[in-house]
Design a protein around this ligand. Structure first.
Ligand SMILES: NC(=O)c1ccc[n+]([C@@H]2O[C@H](COP(=O)([O-])OP(=O)(O)OC[C@H]3O[C@@H](n4cnc5c(N)ncnc54)[C@H](O)[C@@H]3O)[C@@H](O)[C@H]2O)c1
Length: 355
């Protein structure tokens, strides 16, 4: 099996490459990256040592893709993955559009040309900001959680947000590039006869993630806390109750393998996957975890929320579990411990990440 991973030097792409090489006999992995993410360069030599054919190229350039080796599957893990992307300091909207959406057009043409299947990594950010903000919540144990005494909207259950939750705009500029990518990928797949699986991922986290305040929040928080760098609870009354689920890209890799092995040609193509309701944590709870691990370090408060900030997200894994016999194996405390150990071994990690 020949797999092409876009964004192979990113956190998710590089972890997937490593896992797939370990798990699939006879697999050949090629990967493309333009190394635009600060820190991505640090993965290049390691990947090459593992046997990944690395191609330094940019998905925005069709001619760069023309030089790529053929593949049976493409895992699309290249993007600017920040929910703040396209706004002000987080980079221009044009740049976001080019990297996250226009570049996908070239990936789809590659899949069409080689009849390669596509595994698209989408995001919980395809969901409606208004619908996410209206989820009934209550605060307990320093975290937001679902208020189950209130009726839940379509697509939301106590297990989390499923594929049928509202995607009505606005969904953030980042979310819109992902939602549009989903539509284009499904259309190309059905028009040109190649399989497409879409996974709307919750927060991904683990050792080696590049962390900044607007992307890779678990890695950023643990690294910043351990180095006594400034931390801030932004919005939501400055209490840090905003809550996310998180899962490890190794668990995502197991789902992608099951999708590549699936023979079904019709039915559901869009899935949600994340840490799920068992693996959620608020920033305040994360601070408590870090205080116990590294000693006390109190975040500051910034009451003004950022655009697109959302109080609670957790993904419903039931469809992926039912159709791919898949479940999350790495619990959130194990992920945090992995990040903490990595932070201790890489004291300069926030500088590497450009935080
Ligand atoms: N990290 C998360 O919590 C999360 C959650 C949901 C979905 N996702 C999706 O998973 C994928 C991977 O995210 P990540 O956390 O590994 O991000 P990352 O920034 O660590 O990796 C992305 C990689 O893509 C590369 N890249 C970007 N544009 C490129 C282009 N035009 N040509 C070639 N390479 C390019 C970057 O240099 C980087 O190495 C993204 O599609 C993201 O939207 C991530």
């Amino acid at each position: 099996m020949r797999i092409l991973i876009t964004g192979v030097c990113g956190f998710v792409g590089s972890t997937l490459a490593e896992f797939l090489l370990e798990r699939i006999e006879g697999i050949r992995v090629a990967g493309i990256d333009n190394l635009m993410r600060p820190g991505a360069e640090t993965n290049r030599a390691r990947l090459q040592r593992m046997g990944v054919q690395f191609i330094h190229a940019d998905l925005r350039a069709a001619s760069d893709l023309a030089a790529l080796p053929p593949a049976d599957w493409v895992i699309d893990a290249a993007a600017n993955p920040s929910a703040q992307a396209g706004l002000g300091a987080a980079g221009s909207s044009r740049r976001l559009f080019e990297h996250n959406l226009a570049a996908l057009g070239n990936v789809l043409e590659f899949c069409k040309q080689h009849r390669a299947g596509l595994l698209l990594l989408s995001s919980s950010r395809v969901y409606s900001i208004a619908a996410l903000a209206a989820i009934p919540l209550q605060a307990r144990d320093q975290a937001f959680g679902l208020d189950l005494s209130e009726p839940l909207p379509c697509g939301l259950s106590p297990c989390g947000i499923g594929a049928s939750f509202s995607t009505a705009h606005p969904v953030s500029l980042y979310g819109a590039t992902k939602l549009a990518s989903e539509v284009m990928a499904l259309e190309y797949g059905s028009a040109f006869g190649f399989p497409v699986w879409i996974t709307r991922c919750g927060v991904l986290a683990g050792a080696g993630q590049f962390g900044t305040p607007d992307q890779g929040i678990f890695a950023f928080w643990v690294n910043a806390h351990s180095r006594r760098r400034p931390l801030r609870y932004i919005g939501f009354n400055g209490k840090g109750y905003q809550t996310r689920d998180a899962f490890h890209p190794r668990d995502l890799a197991a789902l992608l393998i099951a999708q590549m092995n699936a023979t079904r040609a019709d039915g559901q193509r869009v899935y949600t996957a994340g840490g799920g309701s068992d693996n959620v944590m608020s920033l305040a709870q994360l601070t408590t975890w870090c205080d116990e691990r590294f000693g006390r370090h109190a975040p500051g408060i910034e009451l003004q929320p950022r655009p697109y900030d959302i109080p609670w997200i957790a993904m419903d894994n039931r469809d992926a579990g039912r159709d791919f016999d898949w479940s999350v194996k790495t619990a959130l405390p194990a992920i945090l411990e992995e990040i903490a150990t990595h932070a201790e071994n890489h004291p300069d990690w926030l500088d590497v990440s450009g935080a």
